[in-house]
Write a protein that binds this ligand. Structure first.
Ligand code: AIR
Length: 406
């Protein structure tokens, strides 16, 4: 018998690796958790329900609301950084956490520009950045005046709380604007009006920044919107003039530095018909326009977000193919009888190159329940396949009439 001496195996000390707390248990937290696993970290989530997408997979779930300071404190205890899956945490709670020594990233002073659209518009125009004409709306008459000055319809937005088309209206007439504004003000919403932009398309410039000040962008992408929410992302944005791409990336880098952003930030942009850029919205968290990078970039946004909030050096953002198309799997008006599992079988049989990400969510009309990424060389071909795959996953119908049982 051989006796081994001088062998001192060291166990992997999970507790010596960082724990990051993410507020919110949606798909963005779920996919951040995937990245945390690869890095040996733990992602603790503050989720409202045990069956939220991230709560299903995280071993450390704190159940509670993001509006409850006690729940936020509980989720923050002992974690190396606290970050977000959505922007709906009250700023004063975040300031309280910072005062208690929690490492909130992005810091509340930066995050507020992703939470409060009026603060964002005001700050960006003070920085001399291109934004659509806007004004706060505190009474119906202000909205009517804005429409008369800037044209109908204009865009009326809730200052806080909207996403995926929620909290956005386009009144066509003075009467409609008056009713809408009165209704929303009674509900306690703060509002702003923005000019409707004559746009060629929507773009997104994503950047990550660390507390050390290192920053990295991904190539600018085109985002295709349907019913007020993102349906498809093409990376990089096809036929984007080099100067505009450079302008968008520089804008995102400068803005991240100016605002003190830590983590990833999406700068949603309009490309106008006369070839200019305007900033639409900011998101300081992983964003739908970055999902392509899970398969299509050397470092995707979820890993990069973790690296950034923990102040690690950032990863290489180089694309892995000439084109990657991401298509959202959006809940159908009526969920198909065929199970999701069976749909996945058929999809893989037909399109082995499709990379599928499912969020473990219930199917509700237009809800983001997953996405498909396809990498390739030809934009039209890759886009067609990605959209066909996503439509199949939500509807169990092939848009080209193909029948798996024939
Ligand atoms: N999310 C946050 N802001 C915009 C989006 N899409 C993600 C977050 C959040 C989830 O969507 O991950 O937790 C909420 O999705 P739903 O379908 O439950 O409204």
């Amino acid at each position: 018998m051989t006796i081994l001496v001088n062998v001192t195996p060291r166990s992997f000390e999970a507790s010596a690796m960082p724990t990051v707390t993410m507020v919110g248990g949606g798909q963005l937290a779920r996919m951040t958790h995937q990245a945390a696993i690869a890095l040996g970290q733990r992602l603790r989530v503050l989720a409202e329900n045990p069956d939220d997408p991230a709560a299903q997979v995280s071993p450390e779930v704190v159940l509670g609301s993001h509006t409850d300071l006690t729940a936020l404190r509980k989720a923050a205890v002992g974690s190396h950084a606290l970050t977000f899956d959505h922007e709906h945490v009250p700023t004063e709670h975040l300031e309280a956490l910072v005062a208690e020594g929690v490492n909130v990233q992005p810091p509340p002073g930066a995050l507020v520009y992703a939470q409060d659209k009026l603060a964002m518009r005001t700050k960006l125009s003070a920085l001399g950045l291109p934004v659509p004409a806007f004004t706060p709306v505190r009474e119906p008459a202000a909205a009517v005046r804005f429409g008369d000055d800037h044209g109908w319809p204009f865009v009326l937005k809730a200052v806080r709380g909207g996403y995926d088309g929620r909290g956005v209206w386009m009144p066509e007439s003075a009467a409609e604007a008056e009713t809408l504004v009165a209704e929303q003000l009674t509900r306690g919403a703060e509002l702003l009006a923005e000019a409707k932009v004559d746009l060629r398309r929507e773009l997104s410039a994503m950047v990550a920044r660390s507390p050390y000040g290192q920053a990295a962008t991904w190539p600018v992408v085109e985002t295709v919107q349907r019913n007020g929410q993102c349906a498809v992302v093409i990376a990089p944005a096809p036929d984007l003039a080099e100067e505009l791409a450079a302008e968008a990336e520089t804008l995102a880098l400068n803005l991240a530095r100016e605002l003190g952003v830590v983590g990833v930030m999406a700068v949603e942009l309009f490309e106008t018909r006369d070839g200019k850029l305007l900033v639409n919205e900011l998101a300081m968290r992983p964003h739908n326009s970055g999902h392509w990078g899970m398969d299509g970039a050397r470092t995707g946004q979820f890993e990069q977000h973790l690296r950034a909030v923990l102040d690690y050096p950032l990863g290489d953002t180089e694309p892995l193919a000439p084109v990657t198309v991401m298509a959202n799997i959006l809940g159908a008006a009526q969920a198909p009888a065929m199970s999701m599992d069976e749909r996945l079988h058929h999809l893989f049989a037909r399109l082995p190159r499709a990379k599928v990400h499912l969020y473990g969510k219930g199917e509700r009309p237009d809800r983001k329940i997953g996405h498909v990424n396809i990498l390739g060389d030809d934009v039209a071909e890759v886009r067609e396949q990605a959209e066909r795959a996503a439509y199949w996953m939500s509807h169990a119908v092939w848009t080209d009439g193909w029948d798996p049982h024939e």
